[in-house]
Ligand binder design. Sequence first.
Ligand code: SF4
Ligand code: MG
Length: 328
Amino acid sequence: ELVKHFPINEGAVLRRTVGQVHAVDGVSLTLAPGETLGLVGETGCGKSTLARCVAGLHPVTSGRVVFDGRDITDLSRKEMRAVRKDIQVIFQDPYGSLNPRRRVGSIIADPLVIHGVGTPRERRRAVGELMERVGLNPEHYNRFPAEFSGGQRQRIGVARALALRPRLIICDEPVSALDVSIQAQILNLLKDLQDDFGLTYLFIAHDLSVVRHVSDRIAVMYLGRVVELAEADELYEAPRHPYAGALLSATAVADPDVADRRTRVVLTGDVPSPINPPAGCRFHPRCPRAQEVCASTQPPLEGGAHLTACHFPLEGPAPGPGPRGGEG
Ligand code: SF4
Ligand code: MG
C-alpha cells in the first residue's frame, strides 16, 4: 500500500495498438500517492490513449497496468467496475462530456447510482455537498448543462469525478477548452481538492506552463514514448531532451527569467506519422542535435531521478561532427 503503481512496474511494457498505429509504446510510469504527475506532448503523442488504458476505458494490447500492487490489465468487466471506483477521469471537453438533456444533479449522481452507493435521499445530499465543494450553487441541482458557463461545467465534471471518493483522478486536459482567466480557477480547485481528499493526479496537457504549476514531476511524451521524466521545476528549468527543450523554448516568451538559463532548441519539420514511426530515436528527423547513431539506435530512458532518452542530451556531452555537420 505504500506505493501506487501507475501503470506499470519497471521493465513492463504497456502497448496500445489502434489498427496500425502504435499510440503508446513501451511506456513505464509509477505514481506515488498524493503526487501529481504531469504528462505532456503534442496532440497525437499518445498521452490520452495512455490515460484511457489506465482508466480501463481502452483495452491494453500487451503489457500491464498495476494499481495498488494489483494487475488490473485483464480484469473482467465486473472486476474492473470495482477498480474504477478508485480511478476516475475528468475529461477535456466540459461541453461534450455532459449530456445536455440531463439535469446536473443526476449527472453528478451517476457514479453513485452505477455503483449502488446510498439511497436516493443520501445521494441527493451527497450531490449537494459535492456541488458546494467544487464551487457550484447546490440549488442549481435541477438545471441543465447549457445553463452553466464553461468553467462551471468543468466544475460539474470535477464533482462527478469526486463522487466515489477515488484515489487516482486522470485529468485529461481539463482546462484546455477554457478561457485563460478561468483556467487558474479550475487548477486551484483541483489543488485544493487534492489536499483535502489525498488525491493522486495524472495530469495530461499539451501546454507545459499549465502542467508546471500543478505537477510534482513531469513526463514528456513523443510519438508514444516517454522521452524525459523529472521533477517539474528541474525539467522546466533545465530540460535535457532536445524535444523537451523545444517545447519549453516555445513557452519561453511568457517567462523570460527561465528562458535565459535554458538552451534554446527550435523544432524543424512536422510530427512524423505514428503509423510508421522513425527508426532509432523517433525524434531524429526533427532534432537539431541528431547524429548518425540517432537514426539507428533507440536511446534508453535512463538517468536516475532525471530520466532522459537521448544519446546527446542538452547540457550533456557535446556530439561530435556527424553527417549533418554537427551542431553548426
Ligand atoms: Fe536528438 Fe539523437 Fe537525442 Fe534523439 S537521441 S533527441 S535525435 S540527439
Ligand atoms: Mg488528448
